[in-house]
Design a protein around this ligand. Structure first.
Ligand code: GLA
Length: 397
């Protein structure tokens, strides 16, 4: 009798398990179907959707603009810092995944950040001692990176609210972001009217176009600070990615990461990325420059300067098959391997960002140009328009 009861109990348990598994498969199928229909919808046409991303401590609402092209490639941008919060691109099997580091919530962007995805201004990169002079007049900026000035100061363009105008055309989508930086804001002279336009087209290219005008002589060097991890898996480092940088020379730095003024030939150094090379291959070799940067954190002197849009760099993740090509008209590119990430910042979707889980390719003029007269000039005069463009083109192989 006892064993009959036990058998009955066993049989009921098995039945329950079968019913549960079937329900689960059904719900999984339903999710897959809804994901599928989202993809089908996305392939129908280019579209922009908006949602609230959060509120600033002042109560101001921050909006997230999501641009989707006909292949389902998606870029999400918020009006705080012009930050690219998500960039979803297909891998070699068509799986669309996020390839930029960022946060799920606005609050995390408000804490002194590693500049994830932001527009950097007025000056991308470092200015020695936070000082420069124009026509003999000296200007003092915030020393927010040791004794140097970094990425526009305490409240750079990465921490301001931009005015946004969404644009929808037949073949592309765009977001036009405007911000006027007041005369002497963060110590820089001149009222600087800035427009940054993000454009997504159906060739899976994200273009960033910058424009600025001033009413007083000033210096400008704008850039985009996205951290990429083409694997789509933020728990992995980027050390297996292959990088090509179209540059015969780079700018060695002193111990505070200010260029020494030398243009150093990359030949025979770990800085030679003229042919595609795995990032991790030489990153830990004994080299004074790598020690100073804690890895790669240097500006490369791009070939074919003053010749319009040129291929500056290519990144490739063999596992996902994703390729990113960077085109620009800028003379330099800062290749930074996420050396300061230390596993304390929360990753999107869970986990944290460990050291070297993202890399940046920041197109720009050279660091400390306002103090290094042999570098291409970053001065902007009234009546002139600062204009520069960088494109990130995604494909697979
Ligand atoms: C730039 C700098 C790095 C670091 C990051 C932000 O890429 O070159 O040294 O400051 O920004 O953490």
């Amino acid at each position: 009798m006892n064993s009959f009861k036990q058998n009955l109990k066993y049989i009921s348990l098995v039945c329950l398990a079968v019913v549960f598994t079937q329900c689960k498969t059904k719900s999984e199928k339903a999710t897959a179907n809804s994901e599928q229909s989202e993809i089908q919808e996305n392939t129908e046409a280019l579209h922009i959707s908006t949602s609230e991303f959060g509120k600033l401590p002042s109560g101001e609402k921050i909006t997230k603009y999501q641009l989707t092209n006909k292949h389902g490639m998606e870029v999400a941008i918020i009006n705080y810092g012009g930050v690219i919060t998500n960039l979803k691109v297909p891998d070699k099997n068509g799986a669309i995944e996020d390839v930029v580091l960022g946060f799920d919530s606005l609050e995390d962007y408000l804490i002194p950040p590693p500049y994830f995805g932001a527009i950097i201004g007025r000056y991308g990169n470092r200015i020695a001692g936070g000082k420069f002079a124009i026509d003999g007049e000296e200007y003092t900026l915030a020393q927010n990176d040791g004794k140097n000035h970094l990425h526009g100061g305490n409240k750079g363009f990465d921490k301001v609210v931009w005015e946004v105008k969404p644009i929808q055309e037949k073949d592309y989508l765009a977001l036009q972001l405007s911000y006027t930086s007041k005369d002497m804001e963060e110590g820089y002279p001149g009222n600087l009217k800035t427009i940054v336009t993000y454009t997504l087209d159906n060739t899976n290219t994200l273009k960033v176009a910058y424009e600025a005008t001033t009413d007083k002589k000033t210096v400008v060097n704008l850039t985009q600070h996205s951290y990429f991890n083409l694997s789509g898996d933020f728990s992995k480092t980027i050390l297996d990615h292959q990088i090509m940088i179209n540059a015969d020379a780079f700018l060695p730095v002193d111990s505070s990461l200010i260029p020494t003024g030398e243009f150093k030939d990359v030949a025979g150094t770990p800085f030679d990325f003229r042919s595609s090379k795995v990032i991790g291959k030489e990153i830990n070799t004994e080299n004074e420059q790598l020690e100073r940067g804690l890895g790669y954190d240097h500006c490369w002197v791009l070939n074919n300067q003053n010749n319009g849009q040129q291929l500056a760099a290519t990144a490739y993740d063999p596992e996902s098959g994703r390729i990113m090509e960077v085109f620009t008209d800028e003379p330099g590119i800062q290749f930074y391997t996420g050396n300061f990430l230390d596993g304390t910042l929360p990753a999107k979707g869970g986990g944290t960002y460990a050291k070297r889980t993202g890399f940046c390719l920041e197109t720009q003029h050279y660091p400390d140009s306002p103090n290094q007269k042999e570098f291409p000039s970053v001065e902007l005069k009234p009546g002139e328009t600062y204009k520069t463009e960088t494109s990130f083109k995604f494909s697979t192989k």
